[in-house]
Design a protein around this ligand. Structure first.
Ligand SMILES: NC(=O)c1ccc[n+]([C@@H]2O[C@H](COP(=O)([O-])OP(=O)(O)OC[C@H]3O[C@@H](n4cnc5c(N)ncnc54)[C@H](OP(=O)(O)O)[C@@H]3O)[C@@H](O)[C@H]2O)c1
Length: 251
């Protein structure tokens, strides 16, 4: 028993030399995951859609991280990238467009479809492309959000996307076993996702989050990134959802 605990708790450097792919890794949680995985000794590849985003990210990331300018929806492009990377140990999927908000009853259906495009269909496309390359001891970590369990009046569409991501992960955990598939469910976090809001609105939203959640501050990308690293290095969790929301879902 003692030996087992020692092995599990002190498993030495589980990411050293592992190929870690972060889709959406040019900003926010993905950038945090790429940084943490690279510092833990992984060979990290960042995939993102915009060339300038990838260049900016590579400037900020440790030397050796590779960048690929490609959309999560571009299957032939992904096939080529994964063919070059070879065996993949862990994938974190954080790619997303700006959130679609508004009342479900009046939002045009095309807007609702757009909300699923990168987050859900992008994830499906990436998983299809990477599946033949995944190490059986490896993992996929997807992203949902606290809106899935505590929607506001105008975040119903987001709630649907988040619920879909969590259901997808459970189904994939079955289909891809023994590869582990988990989900990180973040709450409000200071990332590039809110860059399109004007500064006053954004800061007011963050202030309100800090005042109402249980930890008294709005999340930072690094705090959420830790959960993805946990999902990669944890060896027994699959089909699981890790909530990292400052208690948002409870209050
Ligand atoms: N931040 C929060 O408060 C929060 C809360 C709950 C849930 N979440 C969820 O967490 C996930 C990540 O959020 P984040 O805050 O890290 O967002 P972020 O900072 O906006 O990063 C998302 C990244 O996805 C990339 N991307 C967009 N479309 C892509 C595509 N088709 N292919 C490849 N890359 C693409 C963007 O890169 P380019 O610049 O290259 O387009 C961007 O770098 C999202 O699903 C979001 O809904 C976030």
């Amino acid at each position: 028993m003692t030996t087992q605990y020692a092995e599990v708790l002190t498993a030495p450097e589980p990411l050293v030399g592992r190929n870690v792919v972060v889709v959406g890794g040019a900003s926010g949680f993905g950038l945090g995951v790429a940084h943490a995985a690279a510092e833990a000794g992984a060979r990290v590849s960042v995939i993102s859609r915009a060339e300038d985003s990838v260049e900016r990210a590579l400037d900020r990331l440790p030397a050796g991280v590779e960048g690929h300018v490609i959309s999560a929806l571009d299957r032939p492009g992904l096939d080529a990238v994964f063919g070059r990377i070879g065996q993949v140990h862990h994938v974190a999927y954080t790619a997303a467009d700006a959130p679609v908000t508004g009342p479900i009853t009046t939002l045009p259906v095309d807007e609702v479809r757009r909300a699923f495009e990168t987050r859900y269909f992008g994830a499906l496309t990436v998983i299809g492309a990477v599946a033949p390359h995944l190490d059986p001891g490896g993992s996929i970590t997807l992203t949902s959000g606290a809106a899935g369990v505590r929607p506001r009046a105008t975040s119903g569409v987001l709630a649907g996307v988040c619920g879909a991501m969590e259901a997808l992960a459970r189904a994939l955990a079955m289909e891809l076993s023994p590869i582990r598939v988990n989900v990180v469910r973040p709450g409000f976090t200071r990332t590039g996702m809110w860059a399109d809001l004007d500064e006053a609105t954004r800061e007011a939203m963050f202030r309100q989050t800090a005042e109402t959640n249980l930890v008294g501050h709005v999340g930072e990308a690094a705090e959420v990134a830790r959960a993805y690293i946990y999902c990669m290095t944890q060896t027994y969790a699959t089909g699981s959802i890790i909530a990292v929301d400052g208690g948002y879902a409870l209050v």
